[in-house]
Ligand binder design. Structure first.
Ligand SMILES: [Fe+2]
Length: 246
């Protein structure tokens, strides 16, 4: 499996691993879950300086070196989870924050409790620039929980959706679980990722989530969501992802 959303870099996220040892334990957990490729996605906002992004690159290089020294067979890459803002598109066009390293796919985070009007306009601006936005864990947004249909117009325009493994297995409560299932069975899910923040409290849970997805929409769609879509889009840079129609 390929995990396109993971807070595995040490020191950089206030809620992520606080030292390299914890990051390494996370990577060992990922390996035991059957994850062969992890994209490190530290939180980024449009206010972050180029210096801060350079720090991420340095921290990432050090972690990759540690993984190599310990012979951990995980393909570790650097991306970002970019918080949505009214200047999102301008920022993404300039900053090295894509998941694929080529500026084509960007992981976008929504606020938890609102869905501001600029979200749609910024996502559409990205698409018009030939950048594909992947919305991170929409099932956790309170507006989406109340009205999942809000995502249909985004989907039609070409926005992709990444559900959290933890959402599908109940880590965030019944409402989020139910919303995740609704999005999955409505074709509004092209990726499931861990959004892991540590080796204990918010771990990977990808294996369990894959079983849930298999039960709800069948093996071939589960394979597309956990294997083919992330590999083809993010790792190989192709756009031939499989649509999540259930
Ligand atoms: Fe995240």
């Amino acid at each position: 499996m390929t995990d396109i959303h993971c807070h595995v870099l040490p020191f950089v996220d206030y809620d992520g691993p606080q030292d390299t040892e914890e990051s390494m334990r996370m990577l060992e957990c990922a390996f035991r879950e059957g994850i062969g490729c992890v994209i490190a996605t530290p939180h980024v906002t449009s206010g972050d300086s180029r210096g801060r992004l350079d720090e991420f690159r340095e921290t990432f290089a050090n972690l990759r070196q540690s993984a190599l020294e310990q012979n951990l067979p995980i393909d570790l890459r650097l991306g970002a989870e970019v918080y949505v803002s009214p200047d999102l598109c301008d920022f993404v066009k300039e900053a090295p924050v894509s998941l694929d390293g080529a500026g084509r796919y960007v992981l976008v985070e929504l606020p938890m409790y609102e869905f501001p009007p600029f979200v749609q306009s910024q996502l559409f601006s990205l698409i018009s620039e030939n950048i594909v936005p992947i919305l991170a864990h929409p099932e956790r947004n309170s507006n989406v929980i109340r009205n999942p249909e809000v995502l249909f117009s985004l989907s039609k325009a070409g926005v992709l959706f990444q559900l959290n493994a933890g959402s599908l297995v109940g880590s965030f409560g019944r409402e989020v679980k139910k919303t995740a299932e609704t999005l999955l069975t409505s074709g509004l899910c092209q990726f499931v990722a861990s959004d892991a923040h540590g080796d204990r409290a918010r771990g990977f849970r990808m294996k369990e989530a894959r079983s849930t997805v298999r039960r709800l929409v069948g093996e071939s769609l589960a394979e597309a969501i956990f294997e083919d879509n992330p590999r083809r889009t993010v790792v190989e840079g192709s756009c031939s992802w499989t649509e999540g129609d259930a």
